[in-house]
Design a protein around this ligand. Structure first.
Ligand code: SF4
Length: 524
């Protein structure tokens, strides 16, 4: 915690909060806030803090007292950023909180500089100034005097920084081969029209892509996520894997039907250094279970923990428990996806019967039940999408997430070097959470999930109560009684009667919009 007296004020609380919430992470906090210091002082003592994993950097409140110009301020912050990046320390920037001094616009001016630098260096920003406005109806409510936060102000600092610390990487849904893209399967429940699942649409050269990504994301952690068509059959796939393996701060996540021989992939640099995460989509209408497992086992034998993604298309209910047992016995966690679309003139997931809905809920994680199975309304919910989660098409255009074409969200283009991502979470602009990605759901602030690390599906499941423990797979929701109206309301099950509707209405964790939708559904 590197800064002035304001840093000194909140940093003990931040340490306590971090150690309580992340007790499993060994951490040492250095409280390096010194009262009265300016950005000039920061530059003078920054080298005392080499060897840190993370620095939360905040200076500026005292700069005007030392006649430090905006230009010098910018230069000082820049020097600190570059020094910490050089020694391998992750940097988080903070804007300054509002102050109660008439006519003094230092916060507004310096915050502009801080935001500009956050964009330029692709750093994560905690926008305290903005959070202050959202938290306090009168900004003085968070101040102990004209400048310093009181207890409520320090709590706000702590809460806001705590949200950003676990979000280290930029997650890029990279449609490297286009979208739709070549797929060698034709699944009856595919969310893309099978007729369009063809062709190789990679554009440019791999060297140009690497250069563009490095210029856009600088030396930040980047996770590339592949899930359009069958990524492993794209013509340029080997080069893409090599490219990611060549940068130590890059990793990859792949959703694959495992139709390809993994022999080459598991020998790549990304695989050898634990940066290759593969999720296996099981498609029983196309592939035999034993054949599918024989491929999956090769990854397991190479030390890659690979879960099975299983879409609950209605005809699969008959075989699901047998498949679950089969894969579980072989150490593969099954992650259930709800089917979205039409089957026999019924629209899913709404059309799932009560028994089908309960079966899915017993074997999946909480967020999948509440958001994907319930097709939950999320418009207006704050999300990290557009901040550290984005989609990039095969021409380098950067968009919001999988739910929207890149053309509808113009965050720039990696080749043009003009990418401007959001700095803070914004309201989700669409109706439902992302259909295709667990990251899209995990981006919802309300869930309070950490950024999904390693294999995102395993992590997402674990945060929602489905995980490996020793040789077992634990399903925390298996024992839940989904006939209980309180549990139904909490898990966004549709109401059966007025008692259920009453519980939904009183449920403290549901948004009013979500409650009204379910109750309206019952009435209709
Ligand atoms: S493997 Fe995936 S992308 Fe290909 S058809 Fe099946 S569901 Fe669609």
């Amino acid at each position: 915690m590197f800064g002035d007296s304001i840093t000194r004020g909140y940093s003990p609380l931040l340490e306590k909060s971090f150690k309580t919430k992340h007790a499993h992470i060994a951490s040492t906090f250095v409280h390096a806030g010194i009262g009265g210091e300016s950005s000039r002082d920061g530059v003078l003592r920054m080298k005392q803090y080499s060897g840190m994993t993370l620095v939360v950097l905040s200076f500026g409140m005292n700069d005007s007292l030392f006649s430090i110009s905006e230009q010098e301020y910018e230069g000082n912050i820049r020097q600190m950023i570059e020094y910490f990046e050089l020694v391998g320390t992750r940097v988080i920037l903070l804007t300054l909180n509002p102050i109660d001094i008439a006519g003094d616009d230092r916060c507004v001016r310096l915050n502009r500089v801080i935001k500009r630098l956050a964009r330029e260096y692709c750093l994560r920003l905690v926008d305290i100034y903005r959070a202050w406005g959202n938290e306090f109806s009168d900004f003085r409510q968070g101040l102990a005097d004209a400048v310093h936060p009181n207890e409520s102000g320090n709590e706000l600092y702590t809460r806001e920084i705590m949200k950003v610390i676990p979000r280290k990487a930029r997650i890029v849904l990279w449609q490297y081969n286009g979208n739709p893209a070549e797929c060698n399967y034709v699944c009856p429940y595919c969310s893309y029209d099978p007729k369009t699942q063809s062709g190789h649409h990679f554009q440019g050269t791999i060297a140009a892509w690497k250069d563009a990504f490095l210029k856009t994301f600088r030396n930040q952690y980047v996770i590339f996520y592949f899930g359009h068509g069958e990524p492993m059959i794209g013509k340029n796939w080997p080069e893409v894997v090599e490219m990611i393996g060549s940068e130590k701060k890059w990793e990859m996540r792949v959703i694959s039907n495992l139709s390809q021989d993994p022999g080459h992939l598991i020998k790549t640099e990304a695989a050898k250094t634990g940066r290759l995460n593969v999720n296996a989509s099981f498609h029983p209408t196309i592939v035999d279970r034993e054949v599918f497992y024989s491929k999956l086992k090769q990854y397991q034998d190479a030390g890659i923990n690979i879960p099975v993604v299983y879409t609950m298309w209605p005809p699969f209910f008959e075989r699901f428990l047998d498949d679950l047992q089969y894969f579980s016995a072989r150490g593969a966690l099954v992650h259930l996806r709800r089917f979205r679309g039409w089957f026999k003139n019924k629209l899913y997931p709404e059309a799932y019967s009560e028994a089908e809905r309960r079966l899915i809920a017993h074997y999946t994680d909480r967020a999948t039940i509440k958001y994907m199975l319930a097709n939950e309304l999320t418009d207006g919910e704050l999300t990290w999408a557009g901040v550290d989660f984005m989609i990039i098409d095969n021409q380098g255009n950067v968009g919001y997430c999988d739910d929207f074409p890149t053309s509808s969200f113009k965050f720039g283009n990696v080749f043009a070097g003009n990418v401007r991502l959001l700095l803070t979470p914004n309201p989700f602009p669409g109706k439902n959470v992302s259909d295709g990605t667990v990251d899209g759901v995990a981006c919802l602030l309300r869930l309070d999930y950490e950024q999904l690390e390693g294999n995102h599906i395993l992590h997402f499941s674990r945060l929602g109560g489905v995980y490996h423990e020793h040789d077992n797979i634990i399903y925390e929701n298996r024992g839940l009684d989904f006939s209980d109206p309180a549990i139904r309301a909490e898990f966004h099950f549709p109401p059966r009667n007025l008692v259920d509707a009453d519980y939904i209405f009183k449920c403290p964790t549901r948004s009013m919009k979500s409650k009204m939708r379910d109750i309206a559904h019952l009435i209709s």
